[in-house]
Design a protein around this ligand. Structure first.
Ligand code: APR
Length: 312
């Protein structure tokens, strides 16, 4: 049987690091694609030359041609522009929507059965663009956000309690922005909810840091945004899909009545396997959690409406 094949579009920080993680974990052969000539080829060559030292036999290639990506099992979309000085949020959204639309159309033409993982920001809006551009069923268009946001929350919880990150679990739902909804009640250490282990005040501080997790990294880096944790999060999704694990992970999924929402991509727990999203897992929300979730959903709805207005 041929090895699984993953195409990663965008050979920038997130894309190249994702390619590295997928290959070095032995998950799949990887094709890196970028609009810049030489960039994906150079990074792929460098990654391939690390393989003998790391000890894996995955093939990593770079290209500017979508024909080379034919038959991919998973397509990861990280291509986009970072916000430039003087560029408004709306400008950025229009530009990235154009990029995501174009790369998705080209890629799915050669891999009609693939599963799409969207990473480009603003995430929730870009998922809508990808769904429309691909014509794929919603089960095969998945946004990466919740794993990253939850990983940030988990790392802060572990630091706070001085325990291994591997003993922590967390769920962050809703849109991928300031309104995201970390759920302390469903966030545990060794199976015990953190609401039993930490004061309300400390939890509020960790929740706040989680909401600003992306901005905290940007402020330190000065140029560019986070890429190690985003790439690790994508690799976990690829692993769940390629190995048909049925892992329950928070991802952006198109809701069809679940959580009382229809026709919007929102971060929710899903079961990920070879067919993509195999189930959306509905969990009980308290009144307060529900309010925060609705507020976040409203923000996503507004984002998508802005995108539609800008496109018309
Ligand atoms: N086709 C292919 N590649 C493109 C296109 C296009 N039309 N337009 C831009 N790119 C490529 C750029 O050439 C660049 O190499 O996308 C890459 C983006 O890489 P970076 O600028 O390093 O950005 P990165 O940090 O990887 O973030 C990518 O992921 O987390 C999100 O907010 C982040 O939207 C951003 C995306």
């Amino acid at each position: 049987m041929p090895r699984p094949l993953v195409t990663v579009i965008g050979a920038g920080n997130v894309g190249a690091t994702t390619a590295q993680r997928i290959a070095e974990a032995g998950l799949a052969d990887v094709i890196l694609v970028d609009i810049v000539e030489g960039l994906p080829q150079g990074k792929a060559l460098d990654l391939a030359e690390a393989a003998p030292v790391v000890g894996h036999d995955m093939r990593i290639t770079g290209t500017n041609e979508y024909a080379d990506t034919a038959g991919s099992d998973v397509i990861v979309v990280t291509s986009g522009l970072a916000r430039q000085p003087g560029m408004s949020r709306d400008d950025l959204m229009t530009k990235n929507a154009g990029i995501v639309r174009s790369v998705v159309k080209q890629a799915v033409a050669h891999s009609p059965e693939a599963i799409l993982i969207i990473v480009t920001n603003p995430l929730d809006a870009m998922c809508h663009v990808a769904l429309e551009a691909s014509g794929f069923p919603p089960s095969r268009v998945i946004g990466m956000a919740g794993i990253l946001d939850s990983a940030r929350f988990r790392s802060f919880i572990a630091q706070e309690l001085g325990v291994s990150v591997t003993s922590t679990n967390a769920f962050v739902l809703g849109g991928h922005g300031d309104t995201m909804v970390p759920l302390p009640r469903y966030s545990t250490v060794g199976g015990v909810p953190i609401t039993e282990l930490l004061s309300a005040e400390r939890i509020a501080a960790l929740v706040d840091r989680t909401r600003n997790g992306g901005a905290e990294v940007v402020a330190l880096l000065k140029t560019g945004s986070a890429f190690y944790a985003p790439a690790a999060s994508v690799a976990q999704m690829v692993d769940a899909i390629i190995n048909d694990r049925g892992t329950i992970l928070p991802c952006a999924a198109l809701l069809n009545g679940e959580f009382g929402v229809t026709g919007l991509f929102v971060g929710v727990p899903v079961k990920l396997g070879r067919k993509g999203i195999e189930r959306i897992v509905e969990i009980e929300l308290s009144d307060e959690e529900r309010k925060a979730f609705d507020h976040s959903t409203d923000a996503v709805r507004e984002l998508v409406a802005t995108l539609a207005r800008l496109a018309s």
